[in-house]
Design a protein around this ligand. Structure first.
Ligand code: APR
Length: 231
C-alpha cells in the first residue's frame, strides 16, 4: 500500500467546534501565549495554566470528530495512512485513525513536572488537573503539552514518516510554527503535496495541488482526486 502522510493543524478540528489559534477569534487573540503556553508562564502562575488547559479539555470532551477526521480514517482502506498532528485533541483517534503522532502533546494526558517519563491518562469524568494533584514521585502534575521553548521529542519520528511518504497532505495549519512547518522540506522529490485550507497559506515548500476548502469538503475532494490519479 502507498504511504499517505498527513500533517494537520487546528483547522482540522474547526468544524468540530474547537477554536484555532491565529484566526480573528482564535485562542491567541484571547489568551497571552507567554502566560499559558510557556515554561515561564507555568513557573509564574501554574493555576492560570491549569485553568486554560482544563477549559480546552472540557470543550474537547463535548466535541466530536468531523467528517474530515472520519474521511482520513476511511482512507486507511486504500493507503497506509500516518497522521502527524500539531493538535492536542484526540479527534483523529476517536474517528478511527490508527497511526497518529502528536507533535505538541495530548490534552487528555497529564505529566509529572519532575519526571517527564511519568505520563497519565486523564479520565473524561474527572477532566481537571488541579494544584496539589501529584505524580507517583510527589511532583505537581502538568498538562502533557509541548510549550513554546520546549523540545519537540516526536519531530525525529515525524521526519522519518514524511521522508517515507508516497503522498503528502497538509490540512488546517497556517504553517507558522516550527519545527512542524519545516516538515515540508523532507518530502521526497516527485512526491505530490496537497494542501487543504479555506484561506491562503504561505507554505515553505512546493504545493502540487491547493484545495481551497474546509477540512470536511477538502478531504472529500482529496479522496476523489486520489481515486483518479493513484488508482
Ligand atoms: N478547515 C480547514 N482549515 C481551516 C478551517 C477549516 N474549517 N478553518 C480554519 N482553517 C485553517 C486556517 O485558515 C489556518 O490556516 O486552519 C489554520 C489554523 O492555523 P493556526 O490557528 O495557526 O493553527 P496551527 O497552524 O495548528 O498552529 C500551529 O501553533 O500555537 C501553536 O501549538 C500551537 O499547534 C499549534 C501551532
Amino acid at each position: 500500500m502507498k504511504k499517505l502522510v498527513v500533517l494537520t493543524g487546528a483547522g482540522m478540528s474547526a468544524e468540530s467546534g474547537l477554536s484555532t489559534f491565529r484566526s480573528s477569534d482564535g485562542l491567541w487573540e484571547n489568551h497571552r501565549v507567554e502566560d499559558v503556553a510557556t515554561p515561564e508562564g507555568w513557573e509564574r502562575d501554574p493555576e492560570a495554566v491549569l485553568d486554560f488547559y482544563n477549559m480546552l479539555r472540557r470543550k474537547l470532551i463535548t466535541a466530536n470528530p468531523n467528517e474530515g477526521h472520519c474521511g482520513l480514517a476511511t482512507l486507511e482502506r486504500e493507503y497506509e495512512v500516518r497522521i502527524i498532528t500539531q493538535n492536542v485533541d484526540n479527534l483523529h483517534e476517536r474517528a478511527g485513525s490508527g497511526h497518529v503522532l502528536h507533535l505538541h502533546g495530548e490534552l487528555m494526558k497529564s505529566r509529572s513536572s519532575g519526571d517527564e517519563n511519568l505520563i497519565y491518562d486523564i479520565p473524561v469524568n474527572n477532566p481537571d488537573i488541579k494544584i496539589g494533584d501529584k505524580c507517583a514521585k510527589g511532583y505537581q502534575l502538568r498538562p502533557h503539552i509541548v510549550w513554546f521553548g520546549e523540545a519537540v521529542p516526536m519531530i525525529e519520528k515525524a521526519i522519518d514518516w514524511v521522508a517515507e511518504a508516497d503522498i503528502f497532505v497538509v490540512i488546517g495549519t497556517s504553517l507558522n510554527v516550527y519545527p512542524a512547518a519545516g516538515l515540508l522540506h523532507y518530502v521526497r522529490r516527485g512526491v505530490p503535496v496537497y494542501l487543504i485550507d479555506p484561506n491562503e497559506v504561505h507554505a515553505p515548500g512546493n504545493i502540487t495541488r491547493v484545495i481551497r476548502k474546509g477540512a470536511t469538503e477538502g478531504v472529500k475532494e482529496l479522496t476523489a482526486l486520489l481515486k483518479q490519479s493513484h488508482s
